[in-house]
Design a binder for this molecule. Sequence first.
Ligand code: AKG
Length: 361
Amino acid sequence: PAVAPRVEALSLSGLSTIPPEYVRPEEERRDLGDAFEQARSSAPLIPIVDISAFDSEEADSAAACVEAVRAAAAEWGVMHIAGHGIPAELLDRLRGAGTAFFALPIDAKEAYANDPAAGRLQGYGSRLATNASGQREWEDYLFHLLHPDSLADHALWPAHPPDYVALTRDFGERIRRVASKLLAILSLGLGLPQETLERQLQGTQQQQADDCLLLQLKINYYPRCPQPDLAIGVEAHTDVSALSFILHNGVPGLQVHHGGRWVTARSEPGTIIVHVGDALEILSNGQYTSVLHRGLVNRQAVRVSWVVFCEPPPEAVLLRPLPELVTDEEPARFTPRTFKQHVECKVFKKQQQQQHAAAPT
Ligand code: AKG
């Protein structure tokens, strides 16, 4: 298969001008820039919520936690969560394992190369231009299913470093529990019983041996970029997931769209960033906001981020606004669709827009 050039190789070649396929359209370039510079600008701060308060004996603390998560999910669609219960040491070791994989020579990483054109999405990759205008993103990544363990293909997970599999599997199980807790809090935030959202996302088949919520891991590796005002690491998008969880190596780059401007996420040690994705926006009939976000690059430091997408099963569940939330005043804002249909429709719409943008007028 045609192997995409690795952005890491380009960056290491010491080039001072990036190849034209990485140069974003002029309209998008207007507000791009070096992530370190953008991080210095004053901007409102993404809310930080301590979810350990949900387990408090005091009803007031638990209620305040529900309200804080609800407000962040509604007004921002993103929050830093503290009190998630995943030991800082495990998070550090997980980051160490991913960093050690990316520290391998490119040739060694190629042993894990994916091949999206052949339908093999899991593995080491770089985004090939799928659009008519042909732009690429300034990042390489490693992508694989994380949970349930019974569906994970550990042969596709890095064998180096040797603790990658055990650490990553442990992290997956713990993030799964955090997802359940957040879905319970978010259900209460909608004024519904706490099991509502998870039950809806899992589907109604009770007899399944496996968990129906899937977790996918994407480790993003953003090399240094000599022209960060022309390139982008990950272009602006909302996630198709129900929730996404993000860790990073402390280098700025993630920006979320809020109040008509881009806000750069700060490093809040010990917290995990959580995004509301499209699936939750649909179930909540728009009460929770699927946050538009993007990844910027910079001149001085490699950025690495770990994103876990928590998704419903592709076809077994119909995503639609919860009937309790649909009223005469608040009619359904979304038509029913499976997760798979939602993803396909989104990709199709984007291709159409890009073809339209690239077509001669
Ligand atoms: C993605 O991989 O979909 C992202 O949005 C990455 C965000 C980040 O690197 O912080």
